[in-house]
Design a binder for this molecule. Structure first.
Ligand code: NI
Length: 142
């Protein structure tokens, strides 16, 4: 049984690769290469799966899911400048592809800390940068 919950956060970024020339960056990223950056209202959907706990009838109490996402993701990302505030993006372009992988790593780590190898597993994260594009990271079955 899969449970999905959506979270929202706002962050700014500038798409610029140190591995490309300024001209190549402008050509590739267009307006998103603007030195002053720009913001997005991201929507993050986290999916976990497992059986409902026989005592609670829930896969996971929502408050516990919220706490893990808050701690692992939202605390550092909400209202952040991704390029400057997160060391992970010092040398990695903060595209939403890379942001999705970053969130997946963070969440996986916190999920393991909080729930260990319990019956509920983190299955997938999905992030929308705009209503027109989204990115998913799907876990390998363990
Ligand atoms: Ni952007």
């Amino acid at each position: 049984l899969r449970l999905s919950k959506r979270f929202a956060f706002s962050a700014s970024h500038r798409l610029h690769s140190g591995r490309l020339s300024d001209q190549e960056n402008r050509r590739l990223f267009g307006k998103c290469n603007n030195p002053f950056g720009h913001g997005h209202n991201y929507v993050l959907e986290v999916s976990v799966s497992g059986p409902p706990d026989p005592r609670t009838g829930m896969v996971v109490p929502r408050s516990q899911l919220d706490a893990v996402v808050e701690h692992a993701v939202l605390a550092d990302l909400d209202h952040a400048n991704l390029n400057q505030d997160l060391p992970e993006f010092n040398n990695v372009v903060p595209t939403t592809e890379n942001l999705a992988l970053f969130i997946d790593r963070r969440l996986r780590h916190s999920w393991q800390e909080r729930f260990g190898n319990g019956p509920v597993r983190l299955e997938k994260i999905r992030i929308e940068e705009t209503p027109r594009n989204s990115f998913e990271v799907v876990s390998e079955p363990t």
